[in-house]
Design a protein around this ligand. Structure first.
Ligand code: G3P
Ligand code: CA
Length: 366
């Protein structure tokens, strides 16, 4: 072979390596996912495609569905009149105009409002103000959605039906919500009478709260469940109990990045709890390269993922939007990613959407 041909061959091999999926295969998680009927690696659209549209709204979930995300992620809460809805924060101040519509009640939790009252709120305009470069006039006036409406969005597609990935958010505020969720999913035909996930449906339940995991397992034993991981209040015991001090100039992300479980045994205790209470996997946080307000503790270190896999559990890491971090967490052994940018993650996984975000939004009337 001539040196010119050798150079050409080396260049071609380098290009092939650079464009091949970068994480190691086969992953032990891949077999676990397959056995549980869970896509691998999973694209979990965090509050929908919430980088490009207001989180947890029709625009966000339609976009995630049309991009081809595996799951629509949502945070489940309950109204005063017992309706199951999707909202992340436990109050309405950040993502609605509650301050204008109900100024005297603006600090009240979601559970104090009826669905009819929540329907009067604008859950889209805050996005236009926060992200003017991604603003769209059609986002103004978007509504808070019920679980029923998100199920409708998942179902009403002739092409790709996404799964649902439902978190019981602050479940201590909503006694009995696990039972309500089971009733709704059964009523909508996502869970059969004998407790299986209905054929052709993908469904995962998630929670940070150990009590809620136990209850979810009680009512929905055969549905895959994920225990979300955290260090500190409500989560694993930290190695250091030093509190965050904004006066030092340290960012919250830098503080979180230093937080670690007390020791290996503490981490293992949580994995064992998850396993013993019916979880199919865990949802660890990630420390992000660029920091930011979704950058938390690095609970996706290779030894942690190996331990989790060795115990037969999957790893779905939250919440990652940057290809640098996609690569990092996948190389560390993750089996799926919660992302606000389903379009980017699909590209990274070499499953790019067939239409752009702008094309889909236009097509869907936004
Ligand atoms: O549910 C996974 C991830 O969403 C957890 O964080 O606060 O966005 O619900 P959060
Ligand atoms: Ca969530």
């Amino acid at each position: 072979m001539s040196s010119w041909h050798k150079t050409l061959l080396i260049s071609a091999l380098s290009l092939a390596l650079a464009t091949t999926t970068v994480y190691a295969a086969p992953s032990p998680g891949e077999a676990l996912a397959k056995a549980a009927g869970i896509p691998w690696p999973a694209v979990i659209a965090h509050r929908g495609a919430s980088f490009d549209a207001p989180e947890s709204t029709r625009a966000s979930y339609l976009l995630a569905r049309e991009l081809g995300a595996d799951y629509l992620e949502m945070d489940l809460q309950r109204t005063r009149d017992g309706q199951l809805i999707a909202l992340h924060d436990t109050n309405l101040k950040r993502t609605t105009d509650i301050g204008q519509k109900f100024p005297e009640r603006k600090d009240q939790p979601v559970s104090q409002f009826t669905l009819a009252e929540l329907r009067t709120l604008d859950a889209g305009s805050w996005f236009n103000q926060a992200y003017p470069q991604r603003a769209r006039a059609s986002y103004a006036g978007l509504k808070i959605l019920t679980l029923d409406e998100i199920i409708d969005i998942a179902e009403q597609t002739p092409q790709h039906r996404p799964g649902l990935y439902i978190e019981t958010k602050a479940p201590q505020l909503f006694p009995g919500i696990e039972k309500d969720l089971h009733a709704k999913l059964q009523q909508r035909g996502w869970i059969t009478a004998n407790g299986d996930v209905a054929s052709g449906h993908h469904l995962i339940l998630q929670t940070f709260e150990r009590n809620s995991l136990t209850l979810l397992d009680q009512y929905m034993h055969k549905v895959p469940k994920i225990l979300l991981l955290w260090v500190g209040e409500g989560g694993m015991e930290p190695a250091s109990d030093k509190a965050f001090d904004a006066t030092t100039g340290q960012t919250k992300a830098a503080y979180y990045a230093q937080q670690q479980p007390k020791d290996h045994a503490e981490f293992e205790r949580w994995i064992d709890f998850a396993k013993a209470n019916g979880a199919a996997g865990t949802g660890p946080s990630a420390a992000l390269t660029q920091g930011g307000d979704q950058s938390y503790m690095d609970l996706v270190q290779p030894w942690m993922n190996k331990l989790t896999h060795d115990k037969g559990l999957l790893v779905h890491v939250y919440t990652v939007d940057d290809p640098v971090d996609y690569k990092k967490v996948m190389e560390a052994g993750a089996d799926g990613i919660f992302t606000n940018r389903a379009s980017e993650l699909l590209k990274f996984y070499k499953r790019p959407a067939t239409r752009s975000v702008a094309e889909i939004l236009k097509e869907q009337g936004y």
